[in-house]
Every structure is written in C-alpha cells, then in structure tokens.
Design a protein around this ligand. Structure first.
Ligand code: ADP
Ligand code: UDP
Length: 238
C-alpha cells in the first residue's frame, strides 16, 4: 500500500491517505512535545519504538476482543490502519495517582487506587484539552449515549488487559490515554497509539519512571527509558 496525500501532521505522527480510501498510513516521528506543545524536543528512536509497541499492544487487545484500527505494520515507523473519524475525547484511565490528577486534587503521586478511574478531556489543543464530563460530551453531540457506554466498557477492559501484560514484564501501568474512532458503518474502534508517550509506566520494584515524564520533567535518560520499555514488552521477561 502506497502513501498518496499527507492528510495531517500532528505533534507526534503524520497521517497519509492511501489508494484505498478506507485505509490510511500513520508515520511516527521522533518529535516530542509536552505542556500542550509549549515544550518541544526530540527523543531519538522514539518513532520506531512507539510504532512497534503500539502495534504489539493493539494486537494483544484485538486478540482479547477489543476492536482496533490496526491493519499491518509496513516498516519500522509506518503502519497501515483503518481510517476513522476520531471521537474528539481523550479518555484517561488511572490506576495510581500522578500528573494532573495529583496536582488537581492536591495529593502525592503513587497512591494506588482501589479501583481504576476514568475521565474525559475535550481533544482541542487551542483550549488546552479541558476536562469534560459525559453529560457535556452528550450535550455537545461529541458521542452518543451508547458510544459513551461502550467507551467506558472498552477502556476498563483495555486497562485490565494492559495492566496484566505490563506487570508480567515488570512494569506498573499508572495511567494512560486512549482515543476511539468510528468506521464508515458507525462501528467504534480503538485508534491512535499506546506508547510511553501516552502512558505512565513505572518499574514495578524501583518505581523508576519509564515514560514521557522523563522528558516533561527533564529527568534525563529519556531514550534509555523508551528502549527499556521496548526491551521488556517486546523482548525477554522481567
Ligand atoms: P496530535 O493531533 O495530538 O498532535 P498526533 O501527532 O499523534 O497527535 O497525530 C495523529 C492524529 O491522527 C491524531 O489527531 C489522532 O487523533 C489521529 N488518528 C489516530 N488514528 C487514526 C485513524 N485510524 N484514522 C484517522 N485519524 C487517526
Ligand atoms: N496523556 C496523553 N495526551 C494528552 C494528555 C495526557 O497521552 O494530551 C496521557 C499522559 O501521558 C498520562 C495520562 O494521559 O499517561 C494522564 O495524563 P495527565 O492527565 O496526568 O496529564 P499530564 O500530566 O500529561 O498533563
């Protein structure tokens, strides 16, 4: 499958049209941004790692009954996916307090929740992705009641699958962001990516951060952390 026109260049990926209008190609870049694009940088090799990791996790999820956009890995940075119309919600699942949750509610990072939480942000960079509840999403016509029910059902199931998989490899799944989209027939599928850019991942024993927080917080060892996640999840067990 060949790329035809570039449809969109985002902060971390480019999306291309193909000769089949139901499919597109995503190409993962090494560009890194944080704080709504205010902080910019490069994480060498990130595009390759995020492409390969996302595809591994999408395959795992689809084997476990979650419909996804994944079609085929084309090369180390590019993947063929089903073209969807993205539901403009960032769905965030949390198992442990961190990041904006810890800040918003004035609690320390690292509190292990009895059960996972879910929250939604409106996917809108110019508004800074504000928090939104499901009634607001319904009122704005962003998704139907049935779709919101399904997003919650899929997201918690995805959490169970990913949490167990990561734990087998010595990684604690702290929190992560998902995006869903609609196929032309209205079916909802998981889209976008699942990677150290979109998840908080901590070493299970040392709680060392193995994700984009190393870039956001200038902790150093960013590339090493991404490589370590790839080694653990795609290579040998912990
Ligand atoms: P951003 O738009 O936040 O800068 P990216 O750089 O990751 O993010 O850009 C990728 C874009 O492609 C995102 O806007 C995402 O919603 C969109 N996308 C992801 N999967 C698909 C898909 N299967 N079909 C169409 N668009 C998709
Ligand atoms: N996240 C993301 N994209 C966003 C916002 C958040 O991938 O635009 C991920 C982030 O990497 C983390 C989780 O969602 O794993 C929760 O992020 P949080 O709300 O704590 O926000 P942040 O600390 O990134 O501002």
């Amino acid at each position: 499958m060949e790329k035809t026109a570039e449809l969109y260049e985002g902060k971390a990926k480019k999306v291309y049209a193909t000769s089949d209008e139901s499919l597109c190609i995503v190409s993962y870049k090494d560009d890194a941004t944080a704080f709504n694009g205010e902080k910019k940088g490069t994480i060498l090799g990130k595009g390759v790692i995020n492409n390969r990791l996302t595809n591994r996790l999408m395959k795992l999820l689809s084997e476990n009954g979650i419909p996804t956009h994944y079609v085929e890995e084309l090369n180390e940075r590019e993947t063929l996916v089903k073209k969807v119309s993205i539901i403009p919600l960032e769905v965030i699942i949390r198992n442990i307090s961190a990041g904006s949750f810890a800040k918003r509610y004035g609690v320390e990072e690292g509190i292990v929740f009895k059960s996972p939480t879910i929250e939604f942000s409106l996917k809108n960079d110019s508004l800074g992705d504000p928090l939104i509840n499901e009634y607001h999403a319904l009122a704005l016509g962003l998704a139907s009641e049935q779709e919101i029910r399904k997003i919650k059902e899929y997201s918690f199931k995805i959490n169970d699958i990913l949490k167990a998989f990561m734990l087998e490899h010595g990684i604690e799944l702290v929190d992560f962001k998902l995006e869903f989209g609609r196929l032309p027939d209205g079916t909802m599928v998981l889209a976008d990516e699942i990677s150290p850019d979109t998840c908080r991942l901590w070493d299970v024993k040392t709680h060392e951060k193995l994700d984009k927080d190393r870039f956001r917080r200038d902790l150093g060892g960013v590339e090493d952390a991404y490589n370590e996640v790839m080694r653990r999840l795609l290579g040998e067990k912990a």
